[in-house]
Structure formats: C-alpha cells, structure tokens
Design a protein around this ligand. Structure first.
Ligand SMILES: *[C@@H]1O[C@H](CO)[C@@H](O)[C@H](O)[C@H]1NC(C)=O
Ligand SMILES: *[C@@H]1O[C@H](CO)[C@@H](O)[C@H](O)[C@H]1NC(C)=O
Ligand SMILES: *[C@@H]1O[C@H](CO)[C@@H](O)[C@H](O)[C@H]1NC(C)=O
Ligand SMILES: *[C@@H]1O[C@H](CO)[C@@H](O)[C@H](O)[C@H]1NC(C)=O
Ligand SMILES: *[C@@H]1O[C@H](CO)[C@@H](O)[C@H](O)[C@H]1NC(C)=O
Ligand SMILES: *[C@@H]1O[C@H](CO)[C@@H](O)[C@H](O)[C@H]1NC(C)=O
Ligand SMILES: *[C@@H]1O[C@H](CO)[C@@H](O)[C@H](O)[C@H]1NC(C)=O
Ligand SMILES: *[C@@H]1O[C@H](CO)[C@@H](O)[C@H](O)[C@H]1NC(C)=O
Length: 371
C-alpha cells in the first residue's frame, strides 16, 4: 500500500500533468487577421509568419436547414486554406468564420431560437471545420439586437462549447477553437451580451473596435473611423469599448483588439477646412467610402500629399482637394497594439489581410506586440 507521502507526490504529479494539458489547449497570444475571397488576394501570398491565427471568411448559413455551408465558388480555396497558409508557418492556426457584416442577421436569430436548429448549426459547423482542416470556428453574427436574441446567443455558445468538447473526446483530435466577433458589451441597442456564457464558452472575442465614424452613417462631418481614445467632446472610441468589456466581467485575456487595415473617404464641404470633424458631405472615392490601406498609400504618393497623425485620439488622416480619408497608419497601429499588450489583452486582429501595403501594418503590429 502506498504511503500518504507518495500518494501526495503522485497526486501532485497528476495535477501538474493536468495543468500542462490545460495549458496546451490554451492560446497564449493572438496575432490574427481575416482573409476573404472577394479581396482577390491569393491565399498563397499571405505572409503567415506575421500571424498566429488566420480567419477564413465567410461560411454561410442555410436558412432552411440551419446548417453551415461553404459556397461552391469558395469550396476549393477554403478546403486548401490551412495547408496553404501552413507552408510558410507550420504552427499558424486557422478558423472558419461564419456570417459576416450584416449577413444572415435574421437567420442567425431564427437558428439560435430553437434547440433543433442550434443542433443542426453546431453539428454541421464542427464537421465542416474538420472536413476542411480548420483549427477552429468563429461566429460573426452582426448583431443580436433584442434581449431574447442575446439570451439565445448565450445558449448557442454554451451548447456549441459542449459539442466541441465532446467531439474532441470522441475523435481524439485537438479541441477546436471557438471565437466570436462582437461589438461592445453594452450600450449597443442598450442591451448586454451574455458575458458569462461568452467567458465560459469562447476562447476569446474579436472586439470590432472600428467603424465608429464613416461617411455613410456620419456623412456631415469627417471623423476618426477607429479612434482609440475620445477627443475633448467624448466621442466613441476603442478604449471605452474595451474597458466596457472588462467591466462587464470578461477577463482581459479573452479580449482581442480589432485593427482596421482600411479607412473611409469623405467629401469635404470646403477644401480649406480639412481637420478632424470638418464639415463633410457624404462619401468620396468609393460607393461607401471604404478604401484599403494600400490604396490610401497610393493616394498619398500619387497626389503628393501628406498624412497627419493625431496621437491624442490615435488616428491618421490625409486629404487632397475635397477628398478626406481617415484611417490607421503604422503609428496608430503600433500605439494600439502596445495598448492591447499593456492592458493584458490576448492580442489583436485585423480586417483584412489583402488591404495591407507590402506588409507594413502587419509587420508593425507583430513587432509592437513582440513574441
Ligand atoms: C439550403 O438547403 C436546402 C436543402 O438542402 C437546399 O435545397 C437549398 O438550396 C439550400 N439553400 C441555399 C441558399 O443554399
Ligand atoms: C492546395 O495547396 C497546395 C499547396 O499550396 C497546392 O500545391 C495545390 O495545388 C492546392 N490545390 C488546390 C486544389 O488548390
Ligand atoms: C434588429 O435587427 C433587425 C435586422 O437587422 C431589424 O430588422 C430590427 O428592426 C432590429 N430591431 C431593433 C429592436 O433594433
Ligand atoms: C483527427 O484524428 C484522426 C485520428 O484520430 C486523424 O486521422 C485526423 O487526421 C485528425 N483530424 C484532424 C483535423 O486533426
Ligand atoms: C487631435 O484630435 C482631437 C479631436 O478632434 C483634437 O481635440 C486635438 O486638438 C487634436 N490634436 C492635434 C495635435 O491636432
Ligand atoms: C472655405 O473656408 C475658408 C476658410 O475658412 C473661407 O475663407 C471660405 O470662404 C470658405 N469657402 C466657402 C465656399 O465656404
Ligand atoms: C451635398 O451634396 C448635395 C448633392 O451632391 C448637394 O445638393 C448639397 O448642397 C451638398 N451639401 C453641402 C453642405 O455642401
Ligand atoms: C488623388 O486624388 C484624387 C482626388 O481626390 C482622387 O480622385 C485620385 O484617385 C487620387 N489618386 C490616387 C492614386 O489615389
């Protein structure tokens, strides 16, 4: 019979091994980025050495069966996605992202409202992730906007986590990652995300700390699209959103800060009045004014104009004639990533990889975070 001391010794080894096991399944930092086929940026051109996680966007939601599907036009690229990005970085992880900007809003709500539909969604998502060699799943439901939808969102996450854990026990495969892209925890429709279910069920949230100002929804003045801090008049900003999540009870190390690799172009009312919050009249350059970072660099170079950094709100802008563009340049990205690290966040992610200019923002972010 073993002595009490050796039992204690054995049990401490057991708990040591158990904690190693738990650590092995836990993500220690996230340098993330989204890719989507519409960007026409080849998957094989992604410099995956600059990232730890790459999100492949988007899988679809069938409104009849409530199953997750990959459209036939994306099937070949998605199937080969993990293998392709792992050629340059064998340890990079991939997640299949479901939904996307305003897509399937009502279908997500209908799906989450009934147990049998949730089961179709969850089971199909897991088998789709496995059959396409993804390491995880990412929910982009933009956005639940009633009390009932937020409750069902929480139920969905709880059941999804249980199914993912069960599948891993059965298959012996590494547990799939589970994440969601979210707005701020409260103040959105004056409602709250189910923070406890999020905390228990998700590996992390991608906080979409951008799109605060844009020429289609704030057309009458320019603005910092993704300011980190408020100006003197208390404008919406990323820091307030992050603090809101932490205050609501989510641990900082489950929060990943969003960086836009794009900006928005406004039409100035008067070319000589070209600061932040200058009078404007809607979009410039593109239908919704959105413009990728590489194109912004071209705009600056070809028009021989300059970029202005505002370090107190953390944004950049440039203008030429009556075209005004607000965006994040390297200095803003560096400040934001340092902020994320100092706050104890899990990392950062960017939308989207194809918009970068010769890896300038991706490199800046990776260096600012460190290893
Ligand atoms: C949804 O699934 C049903 C049944 O498999 C199928 O007939 C339908 O075409 C699908 N809808 C879409 C939009 O793919
Ligand atoms: C899949 O990716 C590999 C590696 O990048 C490539 O050699 C192969 O041609 C790709 N296959 C398809 C069907 O795209
Ligand atoms: C919630 O979102 C749906 C779909 O976008 C919209 O039709 C509805 O009016 C919104 N409800 C509220 C309360 O904002
Ligand atoms: C899952 O595990 C099986 C063996 O248990 C293995 O053949 C397969 O490649 C694994 N799949 C993934 C996606 O890891
Ligand atoms: C930065 O922007 C804020 C908000 O508009 C403004 O109050 C501040 O003066 C600006 N700082 C500089 C250095 O221009
Ligand atoms: C544009 O702004 C300048 C400087 O504020 C002013 O002198 C000029 O009259 C304005 N032009 C128009 C058309 O409002
Ligand atoms: C904004 O643009 C519209 C249409 O182009 C024009 O009618 C209107 O006068 C403009 N408003 C200002 C304040 O310049
Ligand atoms: C230069 O500015 C003009 C006026 O805003 C714009 O139409 C053009 O696209 C810009 N050039 C580039 C290369 O972006």
């Amino acid at each position: 019979m073993a002595s009490r001391a050796s039992l204690t010794f054995l049990s401490s080894i057991f708990f040591f091994l158990l904690s190693l096991q738990l650590c092995a399944g836990q993500t220690s930092n996230v340098k993330g980025v989204y890719w989507f086929p519409g960007s026409e940026f080849p998957v094989s051109s992604i410099d995956s050495t600059l990232f730890t996680h790459i999100f492949c966007a988007f899988a679809d939601l069938n409104s009849t069966t409530y199953e997750v599907t990959i459209s036939s036009s994306n099937a070949a690229q998605f199937k080969n996605f993990t293998q392709t990005v792992q050629q340059k970085n064998p340890s990079v992880k991939t997640l299949l992202s479901i939904g996307g900007g305003n897509a399937y809003t009502e279908d997500f709500a209908a799906m989450a409202s009934q147990a049998s539909r949730r089961k179709s969604f969850i089971d199909s998502s897991i088998s789709l992730a496995r059959s396409n060699s993804f390491h995880g799943l990412d929910l982009d439901w933009e956005y639940p906007n009633t009390t009932e939808k937020f409750t069902n969102f929480g139920t969905l996450l709880t059941e999804w986590r249980a199914a993912i854990a069960a599948e891993s026990r059965t298959s012996g495969n590494e547990t799939l990652l589970l994440t969601a892209a979210v707005f701020r925890s409260s103040d959105y429709y004056s409602l709250n995300y189910p923070v406890q279910a999020i905390s228990n069920s998700l590996d992390w949230i991608n906080a979409m700390t951008y799109d605060y100002y844009g020429p289609t929804w704030s057309p009458s003045s320019t603005g910092p699209p993704a300011a980190l801090y408020s100006g003197s008049s208390g404008q919406i900003n990323g820091d307030a959103g992050i603090r809101d999540w932490i205050q609501s009870g989510l641990s900082a190390n489950k929060i990943v800060l969003g960086l836009p690799f794009y900006g928005y172009a406004w039409r100035l009312v008067n070319a000589t009045n070209h600061g932040l919050f200058a009078p404007a009249n809607g979009t410039a350059l593109t239908a919704d004014g959105s413009i990728g970072y590489a194109q912004i660099r071209n705009f600056i170079r070809e028009n021989v104009t300059m970029a202005i950094h505002n370090g107190s709100v953390v944004t950049d802008y440039t203008y030429y004639g009556t075209t005004w563009i607000g965006y994040d340049d390297t200095q803003s990205v560096s400040t934001k990533v340092s902020y994320a690290k100092a706050k104890g966040l899990l990392g950062y992610f960017a939308w989207h990889v194809g918009a970068d200019s010769n890896w300038a923002l991706s490199q800046t972010a990776s260096i600012a975070w460190g290893s």
